[in-house]
Design a binder for this molecule. Structure first.
Ligand SMILES: [Ca+2]
Ligand SMILES: [Ca+2]
Length: 179
């Protein structure tokens, strides 16, 4: 099967994510097998997810949010790099890279800050697709207040990084199924 992903894009993934050429090839193979050409559109993403089982309306909305989270640059398609980040999430990334990617995933409006609403939206979506425990959502306000040390309604890069490295932050990552 052919691919339209350019050599440069493949090299960028391999370099940026520090992957061996065989790992990169395997990822490219999975990407191509999704049959999406160079990028995955929102509709293709939904089709792919629905192949994994029946999708209720509520879950479709949650998957919409997941799509927004995977679309790190917010250009409405998932490219090979964004796909690779998602696929190797648990194994290959350093803590620093994970935190950087989580920041970009949760910053839905791309204003370079994380608000309570954004964090809640991310955890809620994770709960709906069963990555997170729903019950824990009730105290998200407290969690955010703790992360922000009660000082702010939005966290910038550095504050988010520090927050995620705290015990509360680890709890949050756990909650989102990201640890
Ligand atoms: Ca994108
Ligand atoms: Ca934001």
């Amino acid at each position: 099967m052919g691919t339209n992903v350019s050599k440069d894009d493949v090299e960028r993934v391999s370099k940026k994510l520090n992957l061996s050429s065989s790992t990169t090839k395997d990822l490219l193979k999975s990407f191509v097998e999704l049959g999406c050409g160079t990028t995955i559109t929102r509709e293709e993403f939904h089709q792919f997810v629905s192949r994994m089982g029946e999708i209720s309306k509520e879950r479709r909305e949650a998957w919409n949010t997941v799509f927004n989270m995977l679309d790190l640059d917010g250009n409405q398609v998932i490219d090979f790099y964004e796909f690779s980040v998602a696929m190797i999430y648990h194994s290959k990334l350093t803590n620093d890279e994970k935190i950087e990617n989580i920041f970009r995933m949760v910053d839905f409006d791309k204003d370079d800050k994380i608000s309570y609403e954004e964090l809640h939206k991310a955890v809620d979506a994770a709960a709906r697709i069963k990555l997170a425990k729903r019950a824990s959502l009730t105290n998200m306000k407290t969690v955010f207040a703790d992360l922000a040390e009660g000082r702010k309604d939005k966290l910038n890069h550095q504050e988010f990084r520090n927050a995620l490295l705290s015990a509360r932050g680890k709890e949050l990552l756990n909650l989102m199924g990201l640890l």
